[in-house]
Design a protein around this ligand. Structure first.
Ligand code: SF4
Length: 426
């Protein structure tokens, strides 16, 4: 396969999309803390929420909780809700105690929740007040992870968008800005991409970084490449600081990874020959690993409930590289610009849906009887009980799936439940 892919402006504007509004079955943005706290290693996430929020985090983090976790919940109790206690005073007390006990914290996020929004606790004022008190040792920022009208990957978007105004300004005199890769990637994936960019001769910085002190500079000379498809607000905030997006599909599968690297190569004037030299070996390895998984997936039908916002790039990978048949591809939000190339790569006539009316969607799913359904945890068990094979959407966000080395692992995530169903039926 040639690495050079036609990255033309996409003509997706006329793809019909079924738009639905109704009851939704999704996790809230607090879930993002699970992968964000692992990425920014000197950051702490303090949820200002209820016991429900604390339970959500603890069950989502599960076994990952160890002696000194880097997230916690400041519980808003009945006294706060009834207005009997001054929630701001309590918050200041909790933060002071936390920062005394944990001097390694350099960046503290106050994370809003449904309860903090309901009592209209102004966390941005609290963050400004606490930042003034604790800077320069600690920066305090805030964002909302509330489940009111959001979906779980928007937690990362809100967190990164809150960080963008804090990024240092890039200096034109210091030469061209490095490429900024935007979106949390597992360290192992980030290291692989860093090596590939290095071989291509493209200087690169990742956002978010691993440490609060390593925030990448941004300015009118910055070109950024999205590594995740759910970062609309972050992209807007970067563009408000002058950065320009390098349009590309997302680095899922061999084709997506190659096109993503190619878009960066073109933006930085790297020749197609160099791209070919650098990507040939990992591409070949990934293609042969994928061939083994294709046997399990080709011809199988798949239905996506809207959940992670990864649905469209995943559907593109599964249909083009794995030969799967797309029935319906649901996504919570459809960002036509960021997903333009992805939509262009979907097979003609595919049913896209945006938003959710869960009962109607379940009816459509049952009628289509797909071989596998990608959905949230809340829907998985009931659908399994009705004989459908499911894959939890959240697992696709928690697992390293981007890049050449992970392409076959990504395919296997879909092959495994299908094989398990076959074994159970045998
Ligand atoms: S933020 Fe809202 S949706 Fe999320 S756990 Fe807390 S109460 Fe539930």
């Amino acid at each position: 396969m040639s690495p050079v892919i036609a990255l033309q402006p996409a003509g997706c504007a006329d793809v019909p999309v079924l738009r639905e509004r109704g009851q939704r079955e999704v996790f809230c943005g607090l879930t993002g803390i699970i992968w964000l706290h692992r990425k920014i290693q000197d950051a702490f996430f303090l949820v200002v929420g209820s016991r429900t929020c604390a339970h959500l985090l603890q069950s989502a983090a599960g076994v990952m909780i160890f002696a000194e976790p880097r997230f916690a919940t400041a519980i808003i109790d009945e006294r706060d809700l009834a207005g009997l206690a001054d929630a701001n005073e309590e918050l200041d007390r909790v933060v002071t105690r936390l920062l005394e006990r944990r001097p390694e914290i350099k960046l503290l996020f106050l994370v809003g929740s449904c309860p903090s929004e309901v009592i209209k606790l102004d966390l941005s004022r609290a963050a400004t007040r606490l930042s003034a008190q604790f800077s320069p040792q600690v920066r305090v920022l805030n964002y909302s992870g509330s489940g009111i009208e959001t979906t779980f990957t928007q937690g990362e978007d809100a967190c990164l968008a809150a960080l963008v105004p804090q990024l240092p300004a890039s200096q034109a005199s210091a030469g061209p800005d490095p490429l900024m890769v935007v979106g949390t990637l597992a360290d192992v994936v980030e290291d692989q991409f860093a090596r590939l960019f290095d071989q291509l001769g493209i200087p690169v910085q990742f956002f978010p970084p691993r440490r609060a002190s390593e925030m990448p500079p941004v300015g009118p000379g910055t070109r950024y490449l999205l590594a995740q498809p759910f970062l609309a607000d972050t992209a807007r905030a970067l563009e408000a600081r002058g950065a320009q997006r390098v349009a590309a599909p997302f680095p899922l599968g061999v084709e997506g990874t190659t096109a993503w690297l190619q878009a960066a190569a073109e933006a930085f004037g790297v020749s197609p020959q160099r791209l070919e030299q650098v990507t040939a070996a990992p591409r070949e390895r990934a293609l042969s690993a994928l061939a083994k998984q294709r046997v399990n997936l080709a011809g199988k039908s798949i239905f996506f409930f809207p959940d992670s916002q990864l649905e469209i790039p995943l559907a593109r990978f599964l249909s083009r590289e794995m030969g799967m048949r797309l029935t319906e591809v649901g996504t919570p939000y459809l960002h036509r610009q960021h997903l333009a190339q992805e939509i262009d790569w979907l097979p003609a006539g595919v049913q896209l849906s945006e938003g959710q009316h869960v009962e109607q969607q379940i009816d459509r799913c049952r009628a289509l009887a797909p071989d596998i359904v990608v959905c949230g945890l809340g829907l998985a068990n009931p659908l399994e009980a009705q004989g459908l094979t499911t894959k939890w959407a959240i697992e696709l966000v928690f697992t390293p799936i981007q890049g050449y080395e992970q392409a076959a692992d990504l395919a296997e995530l879909f092959a495994r439940p299908l094989n398990r169903r076959l074994r159970l039926a045998a």
